[in-house]
Unconditional design. Structure first.
Length: 732
């Protein structure tokens, strides 16, 4: 289990119910106006849902054929996701605990699918394609599908050196065509969700392991019944980190960026490869290296001795340490562990393999010990993170509310006291607080807009520095990357006769574009994400500071702990606002665009250069003309035109972020802040009125009220004690 029994969700729900009962008893006695009471009650009622909905995300990553899917299956102790040789995982598959086995697939809409394919087609320099794109490509139309296949075949058959695995736009066409018949009845005008359960559950493998069908799927979430996966954990089986498709790499990196833990699988057959190092460099740019566990997935059939496995493990550790990574490494066979978990249900062939492996006793014993050590380490991390991220914050929020109620109970007792001095002191303090609240409300209403204007100016200034002045030299780095990109024009020359110069120039451009897209994902996007996170933190801190400035604590005294002065939702929750507004960062910062102007400039340069070479050859009476210089000239021109367009794109990205991300975010934060401040001020008026009524009560009624308040205080103290023993809160 992730959480100890003492802090189980059921225990939290019980504590929440106790707090709600206290609130119900206190509403007629303590100075809680209806708005404040409703807010406290809502916050309490939402805590169990927040805990249930919160997930610790664990990404299982690694390059192709490193055993990621086998590791996931071993972790949940069943054949859950498709495994096998080669590229099997075609889409990131999320796995959670559920009430029954259920696989939910979210399919893209037809508009999303057609938009992707039109982007791949519209740059193809062919008149029929231009007309098709101008009319709006739709794969549901047979003529459009036939044309898509014609373009794909032209690239594959007529130009044999054009390898599809290196060109994502070609794979896009292939997968869309291959998966159409299987998915056409599942896709709709809007995104649609299809779930498989019971005896249909394993059908999800038809989509997650088939790239053709996976093209039509946007998200996959498997819910698993039983004890093999703990609550509040989400495990993601990611695609190969060395994919040549920028879209797949982006999907993996996006999940890793949001994950609490990354388990990185390395095949013992190959050890750490160059593709691993490249991907780890990308993870380092996301700042996620501190949250990684490395698993050397041992192929027991490949190692004759334990020393052979130890050698791979030692070499891997040394390489990671050279990369300034302090690795936590475990070596074991995920497939052996999976077979062991299914020993009674193994096929004869797999049973024979397992019996053969067991003859290597030293090797198997070592892997068994490493598996135990991994499980111990893994569970310790998960328990710690689960408590800190999912439980502790909510436990402390309950404690803070109860402390606040206890403070109000103390004030009420003072006002009901027969001691005239104490009663007068409480009344004077109440009047002072009321007057202070009134003055501050006037100040806030007059000054808030001007104060927030300063924040907007600061954010805008930071954006100009980052995007317009390029203080991190992002544009220079990209420019240097493009200019240094090697493009081998010789491999395209064989297609000149049959394929045409115009299409060859397009292919040259696509070659450059794909490598630029990958560079942007691994180098540029992380820098932009870091900038955005920094600015979000500034906005959050800004409103936190305003909240502290404008807060009046009803019962603030030197004896009250700091925790009792901060009640629910009195500051702006930026992350929550982002989620509510559905704000997303731009998908891409740079992307090389093969515009008609670029094509005309490049082709004109290429044509003039080629004509010059033909005339030169004729003058010198040469029989052959080399087109290589013309192609090299075209590559230089493509690079030049691309670099020219980058500055505009980068500045446009800044403008988009400012207009469609930060502006609505700050506006929403201001609205939220004003609402919370207004609620805070309005409670003083109600508080004073209720306390004035308490002071005027007859002595007999005062005594009755004091008994009720004392009972509430006792219940509060018992609940706080229970919370303190459950979680990590500071005693009063």
């Amino acid at each position: 289990m992730i959480t100890p029994e003492s802090i189980s969700p059921d225990h939290i729900e019980k504590t929440v119910q106790q707090t709600l009962d206290i609130l119900e008893s206190a509403k007629e006695i303590l100075p809680l106006n209806s708005d404040q009471l409703d807010r406290f009650r809502t916050e309490c009622e939402q805590i169990p849902d927040h805990i249930r909905d919160g997930y610790l995300k664990i990404a299982v990553a690694g390059v192709i054929k490193s055993g990621k899917s086998t590791f996931v299956n071993a972790l949940v102790q069943k054949e859950l996701v498709q495994r096998g040789a080669g590229v099997v995982t075609s889409i990131t598959t999320r796995i959670r605990k559920g009430g029954k086995n259920s696989a939910c697939l979210l399919f893209k809409s037809w508009d999303q699918i057609n938009s992707q394919l039109q982007q791949a087609l519209q740059l193809f320099p062919d008149d029929d394609t231009k007309v098709l794109c101008a009319n709006g490509f739709d794969i549901r139309r047979q003529n459009d599908r036939q044309h898509l296949e014609t373009v794909y075949r032209a690239l594959m058959d007529e130009f044999l050196l054009f390898h599809e695995e290196k060109h994502p736009e070609l794979l896009l066409m292939k997968y869309a065509l291959n998966g159409f018949e299987a998915c056409k009845d599942l896709v709709g005008a809007d995104e649609t969700r299809v779930c498989f359960s019971s005896n249909q559950f394993d059908r999800h493998k038809e989509f997650t392991s088939d790239p053709g069908r996976a093209f039509y799927v946007k998200d996959v979430c498997l819910e698993l019944y039983g004890k093999s996966i703990a609550p509040h954990i989400e495990i993601a089986d990611c695609q190969g980190a060395d994919s040549t498709d920028p879209a797949q790499v982006k999907q993996v990196l996006r999940y890793i960026e949001s994950a609490s833990l990354v388990i990185y699988c390395i095949s013992s057959r190959t050890g750490l490869r160059q593709s691993d190092i490249q991907f780890l460099t990308r993870i380092e740019r996301l700042g996620r290296l501190e949250n990684m566990i490395f698993v050397i997935n041992c192929d027991l059939s490949e190692h004759e001795t334990l020393d052979d496995l130890i050698r791979i493990e030692t070499a891997t550790r040394q390489t990671l340490e050279a990369l300034k990574i302090k690795p936590q490494i475990f070596s074991f066979s995920a497939l052996y562990n999976l077979f062991a978990a299914q020993s009674s249900r193994l096929r004869k062939k797999d049973q024979a393999r397992m019996e053969l492996w067991q003859t290597e006793k030293k090797l198997v014993d070592y892997c068994t010990r490493q598996t135990h050590e991994f499980n111990t380490y893994f569970n310790r991390i998960i328990e710690k993170d689960a408590y800190g991220l999912l439980i502790s914050n909510h436990v402390n929020r309950l404690a803070m509310l109860l402390h606040h109620l206890d403070d109000q109970a103390d004030m009420a007792l003072d006002l009901l006291s027969s001691d005239a001095t104490r009663q007068a002191q409480a009344a004077r303090k109440l009047e002072s607080l009321y007057q202070s609240a009134s003055r501050l409300e006037t100040i806030v209403n007059r000054s808030l807009d001007g104060v927030v204007t300063d924040l907007v100016k600061e954010i805008h200034s930071d954006m100009r520095t980052f995007f317009d002045q390029d203080d991190q030299d992002i544009l220079n780095d990209v420019r240097n990357f493009i200019e240094a990109l090697p493009v081998d024009v010789e491999k395209y020359r064989s297609g000149q006769k049959d394929f045409g110069f115009n299409k060859i120039l397009y292919l040259l451009f696509q070659d450059l574009k794909n490598r630029l897209d990958m560079y942007v994902i691994q180098t540029v996007q992380p820098k932009v994400n870091q900038f955005v996170k920094y600015e979000q933190s500034r906005i959050s801190s800004y409103f936190k500071s305003l909240s502290d400035t404008y807060r009046i604590d009803l019962l603030e005294t030197d004896q009250k702990p700091e925790s009792s002065r901060h009640i629910f939702s009195d500051t702006v929750d930026i992350d929550k606002i982002i989620k509510i507004l559905g704000l997303e960062l731009p998908e891409c910062i740079f992307s090389a665009v093969y515009t008609s102007k670029t094509r005309l400039n490049v082709f004109t340069d290429f044509g003039l250069h080629t004509i010059f070479n033909i005339l030169k050859a004729a003058y010198k009476k040469q029989e052959t003309v080399s087109f290589t210089p013309g192609l090299n000239k075209a590559v230089s021109k493509i690079k030049h035109e691309t670099v020219k367009d980058l500055k505009n794109q980068f500045e446009a990205c800044g403008s988009t972020l400012h207009q469609y991300y930060f502006t609505p975010l700050i506006d929403a934060a201001v609205r939220d802040f004003k609402e919370k401040i207004s609620q805070q001020f309005h409670q003083y008026d109600a508080f004073k009125k209720q306390m004035d009524e308490q002071i005027l009560l007859k002595q007999s009624l005062k005594q009755e009220q004091k008994i009720k308040i004392a009972d509430i205080k006792n219940r509060i103290q018992r609940t706080v004690k229970d919370i303190r023993e459950t979680g990590e809160i500071s005693p009063r």
